[in-house]
Design a protein around this ligand. Structure first.
Ligand SMILES: Cc1cc2nc3c(=O)[nH]c(=O)nc-3n(C[C@H](O)[C@H](O)[C@H](O)COP(=O)(O)OP(=O)(O)OC[C@H]3O[C@@H](n4cnc5c(N)ncnc54)[C@H](O)[C@@H]3O)c2cc1C
Length: 332
């Protein structure tokens, strides 16, 4: 007697069709109910699964991820982050959602440099995979309308908290500040190694448009350490954003503050970056906040080193030399 199962004939397949259809339906229902079921713990301070919806690589060293979270609450304000865990190494890292919750109010987009264990773990996931996340993790306490001037200095992916702030204040339809009503003027000085590593068009496009539509509220300056192609502009959609080809200098901070520095050449020769600070340039009648976010060397150069316990520590660097202190300079 043969052990081989007889092949099902067409009539047998037809008889089994309701069973196959039923199983498929049950499977899809269980996948969707996974994300809807009230018995699943909601997104919060313990790890819950998030669904990876998309993954693209907008620059040579970075990825954009879109994740669906399990019933996330609205973050309290700007400067919130999300913890992502690598189950392989049992380590976690903070990443900053670009904007408020999208989709059905449960999606976040992360821009991530593919450097470090958790970023590489994320980069290895496929659409449809689940990722362990928790949040929200609060950052700088933000007070709308408190400042006359906010100067943001960023390098690389350090721009993300600033994009989140601009989205919170201006770009999002749910922004608390109706365009033009706030008194605060924002300047963003952003640096990248080369034009190809500047933020993706989905970030620079809205920022460029904000500068065009509200130049009295927001200014953007882009810096690249080098531009091998000789580019002096960065094209985003139809707009050309000017590029300055050198690192951000104290001179640029004077310009952002609306001060009249000596000529660029004199300024550079007298106040070389990181050797001599420019003189105190503080107008006590104006409330100015500096936010610095980028590689540690950049944070140190502008705002001084962090304390031993990795808290912000004293203000030093260029801004300390200009007379700004704690509360006026924040190291992100
Ligand atoms: C709360 C929080 C949230 C974070 N969220 C994210 C996130 O969502 N995604 C992510 O990828 N990372 C995130 N990070 C990590 C952080 O943004 C990066 O580690 C850091 O900004 C390094 O950026 P980079 O490697 O892209 O910069 P680089 O590409 O190394 O440098 C960018 C530019 O900085 C300037 N620069 C560098 N060194 C110096 C120096 N010594 N002096 C002056 N200028 C200098 C140069 O012009 C350079 O081109 C987060 C960090 C924190 C604290």
């Amino acid at each position: 007697m043969s052990n081989a199962h007889p092949k099902p004939g067409p009539s047998r397949l037809i008889r089994r069709a309701p069973l196959v259809l039923g199983t498929t339906l049950l499977l899809s229902l269980s996948i969707s109910s996974y994300y809807l079921s009230p018995s699943k713990p909601s997104f919060g301070q313990t790890y819950t699964p998030a669904l990876l919806l998309s993954h693209t690589q907008p620059t040579p060293h970075t990825s954009l991820f879109r994740l669906r979270l399990l019933r996330p609450p609205k973050p309290g304000g700007p400067f919130y982050a999300l913890w992502v865990r690598s189950p392989v190494l049992q380590i976690e890292r903070e990443f900053t959602p670009l904007r408020g919750l999208e989709g059905k109010g449960d999606e976040v987009e992360l821009w991530v440099k593919r450097e470090g264990e958790v970023a590489r773990y994320l980069a290895g996931r496929k659409v449809g995979d689940e990722i362990g996340v928790r949040g929200w993790s609060p950052g700088v306490q933000w007070e709308d309308q408190h400042w006359d001037e906010v100067i943001m200095i960023s390098g690389g992916t350090g721009i993300i908290p600033f994009y989140q702030l601009m989205d919170h204040l201006f770009l999002n339809p749910r922004s608390p500040t109706p365009p033009g009503s706030g008194k605060t003027k924002f300047t963003l000085l952003h640096a990248a190694p080369v034009p190809e590593e500047l933020p993706p068009a989905s970030m620079l496009g809205p920022l460029g448009e904000l500068q065009r539509s509200q130049p009295d509220k927001f200014r953007l300056r882009l810096f690249v350490d080098s531009a091998p192609s000789g580019a002096r502009e960065h094209l985003v959609g139809g707009a050309a954003l000017p590029l300055t080809v050198r690192r951000i200098q104290p001179y640029d901070i004077w310009l952002a503050l609306g001060l009249s520095p000596p000529t660029q050449q004199t300024f550079f020769s007298r106040f070389r970056f990181r050797s001599v600070s420019p003189p105190a340039a503080k107008d006590p009648s104006r409330k100015v906040l500096f936010l610095v976010s980028g590689p540690e060397g950049m944070v140190q150069a502008f705002a001084g080193p962090r304390a031993r316990d990795l808290t912000e520590g004293q203000v030093g660097g260029v801004l300390g030399g200009m007379g700004y202190g704690r509360g006026e300079v924040r190291k992100l």
